[in-house]
Ligand binder design. Structure first.
Ligand code: C2E
Ligand code: CA
Ligand code: CA
Ligand code: CA
Length: 278
C-alpha cells in the first residue's frame, strides 16, 4: 500500500500539479466573481439574412479577473457546471439579460435576448418559475426572452425538461436548439418539445463554400427546419461568401463576426439606432 501511495504521488507530474492548481485557483476566484462584479454580458446581434436588420441578440458571458485578465467562457463555464456554481451564475445571467432587454425596450427599441442555459439549471428547483419571476420583476414581455439549449440537455432528461419547456413555451418564451447537429442525440425531441429555432453550429458554416459535406448538412438542416415551421440561425458567419450561400438556401438569420462581434448592451443600442435610421 505504501508503494502504491508513492507511485500515485509520483503520478502527479509538475504539469498536472500546475493544471490542478490553476483549476483550484479558477474555482475559488469564481466564487467571488459575482459579488466583485467581475462578470458582464456581451450581446451578439442576430441578423435577418435578406434585410440585414437585427432580429435578436445572444447574451454571452465575459469574465474580467483583476489578476488573471479576461477568462474565456469556454474555460470557466464547464468548471462552473461541474462544481454546480453555474446555478448561481446562470441566475445572474438571466437577471442581467432581462434587465438589459428591458432597458432596450424602455429606450424604444425592443429587442429579444437569447440566454444560454446549462443542464444543471434544469435540475435545480423550478426553472420555469424562476424565469417567470424574473420576467415579472423586470416587467419584460416573455416574447423578448429566448432560451438556448444544447442537445445534451435534452438527452439526459425526460419529463422534467419537457415540463419546464412546456411551461416556458406557454408563457411565450422562445426556445432554440444551440449547436444543432453536434450532439449525440436523436431528432425525436423535435416532435415532442415546443422548439421554434435551430441554430446551425459554426463548425458546419466555416467551410461552407469549399466542403460539399458541410453544404449538404447546412442545406438539409434548413430544409428540415422549414418543413417543421422552425426558423434557422447560422452561427459563426465571417465571410460574404458564407452569407451569399446562406441567402441562396433560404437561411433565415445569421450571427457572426461578419456583422458584429458580441458587444456591450449600449453598443447594441447604437447598432439598433443606426438600423432604424436607414
Ligand atoms: P455558443 O453558445 O455556441 O456561443 C457562440 C460562440 O461563438 C461565442 O463564443 C461567440 O463569441 C463566438 N462567435 C460568434 N461569432 C463568431 C464568428 O463569426 N466566428 C467565430 N470563430 N466565433 C464566433 P464565446 O462567447 O467565447 O462562448 C463560448 C461558449 O461558452 C458558448 O458557445 C457557450 O457554450 C458558452 N457560454 C458563453 N456564454 C454563456 C452563458 O452566458 N451561459 C452559458 N451557460 N454558457 C455560455
Ligand atoms: Ca449559444
Ligand atoms: Ca452555438
Ligand atoms: Ca458552440
Amino acid at each position: 500500500a505504501k508503494d502504491l501511495g508513492r507511485n500515485n504521488f509520483q503520478f502527479f507530474t509538475d504539469d498536472m500539479n500546475a493544471a490542478m492548481m490553476q483549476r483550484l485557483r479558477l474555482e475559488s476566484a469564481m466564487r467571488w466573481a459575482i459579488e466583485r462584479n467581475e462578470f458582464m454580458l456581451h450581446y451578439q446581434p442576430q441578423v435577418d439574412v435578406i434585410t440585414g436588420k437585427i432580429r435578436g441578440t445572444e447574451a454571452l458571458i465575459r469574465w474580467r479577473h483583476p489578476e488573471f485578465g479576461m477568462i474565456s467562457p469556454a474555460q470557466f463555464i464547464p468548471l462552473a457546471e461541474e462544481t454546480g456554481m453555474i446555478v448561481q451564475i446562470g441566475d445572474w445571467i438571466l437577471r442581467t439579460a432581462c434587465a438589459q432587454a428591458k432597458a432596450w425596450q424602455v429606450a424604444g427599441l425592443p429587442m429579444r435576448v437569447a440566454v444560454n442555459l446549462s443542464a444543471r439549471q434544469f435540475h435545480q428547483g423550478d426553472l420555469a418559475e424562476t424565469i417567470a419571476e424574473i420576467l415579472e420583476q423586470h416587467d419584460l414581455p416573455p416574447s423578448l426572452l429566448e432560451v438556448e439549449l444544447t442537445e445534451g440537455i435534452l438527452m439526459d432528461d425526460t419529463s422534467q425538461t419537457a415540463s419546464v419547456l412546456d411551461k416556458l413555451h406557454g408563457m411565450g418564451v422562445q426556445i432554440s436548439i444551440d449547436d444543432f447537429g453536434t450532439g449525440y442525440s436523436s431528432l425525436s425531441y423535435l416532435k415532442r418539445l415546443p422548439i421554434q429555432i435551430l441554430k446551425i453550429d459554426q463548425s458546419f458554416v466555416r467551410d461552407i463554400h469549399t466542403d460539399p459535406d458541410d453544404r449538404a448538412i447546412v442545406t438539409a438542416v434548413i430544409a428540415l427546419a422549414h418543413s417543421m415551421k422552425l426558423r434557422v440561425v447560422a452561427e459563426g458567419v465571417e465571410t460574404p461568401e458564407q452569407l451569399a450561400f446562406l441567402k441562396e438556401y433560404d437561411c433565415d438569420m445569421m450571427q457572426g463576426y461578419l456583422f458584429s462581434r458580441p458587444v456591450s448592451g449600449d453598443d447594441v443600442l447604437s447598432l439598433l439606432e443606426n438600423d432604424t435610421r436607414l
